[in-house]
Design a protein around this ligand. Sequence first.
Ligand code: TRP
Length: 362
Amino acid sequence: MEKIILTGDRPTGRLHLGHYVGSLKRRVELQNSGEFDKIFVMIADAQALTDNADNPEKVRQNIIEVALDYLSVGIDPTKTTIFIQSMVPELTELAFYYMNLVTVSRVQRNPTVKTEIKMRNFEQSIPVGFFCYPVSQASDITAFKATTVPVGEDQAPMIELTREIVNRFNNVYGDTLVEPEILLPENEVCQRLPGTDGKAKMSKSLGNCIYLSDSAKEMAKKVKSMYTDPLHLNISDPGHLEGNCPFIYLDAFCTDEHFAKYLPDYKNIQELKDHYTRGGLGDGTVKKFLISVLDETLAPIRERRRQWEQDIPAVYEILKNGSEAAREVAAKTLHEVREAMKINYFDDADLIRQHSEKYAAK
Ligand code: TRP
């Protein structure tokens, strides 16, 4: 069986370090591993509209931002099909059929949907489209017969639901769809990078993000104001690592080579942590090191972004070609789905013959 990746992001803002460690970095590694037959990366504008119906302009403005972020981290349009969700209308039709295979209570139990409903104060007025987005996500994945979905852990309930829909569909209508596997980040700190304020998640609405497109100066400023250990008042005080942002970020980003290069007094992160908890190591030193580490990661991304920014029509051309290619694949799956469900009336010679015989016998 072919190995196929599908993944994507909602275009509601620029992508940040949480996206990078949680999924983008891995996508690029998978893309370049040569282990996959096809890779699709989708800009999920239709899904973004499910909770931004009154603000389509926000979605419209952010498609290019996400595309630029993709290209700048190294997603390569010659190896990966990058496309826009709403430009593949077959996905919507698939979702409409899948909705019949899922109960309302099943979606209501989805922990990610529950959290989002709370965050958006939707309690009494959940848009139907928003409520159905987990089902539409199943069509995104199955339309491409994806075997592998590399995403952050918050997406796990969606992949679970997709697997249920696949099983249900194949049982009812015959083997047609492929059951996908989730691929989570290997490093646990990468699964949910906290914001610069120490809050549980880096999120645009909390204003605690470091964006991939931030300048070196903006990034350094954000690191300098990061939440550390409120009890660590003097350098000589023993420090605490729990919830200490610079250390969490170092866990996600730094390697022993970074120490050799920027902080040779220590061999590795463990030595740095030991010194901090013993006392005698200031937050300033840790933050300065983190700035060097992040800059090494972000400088080439920033540079590549700057180059693509000089040729926006080429970026839209990539999205257009990608969307056309994606549409062909999704149309083929939709055709198979309609065949399996026997709603392909005009292609169904048996149906026409049966009905002819039924009335001829009269
Ligand atoms: N829900 C994802 C997000 O919020 C975006 C998305 C839509 C997606 N469809 C998908 C991710 C299919 C993986 C697979 O970022």
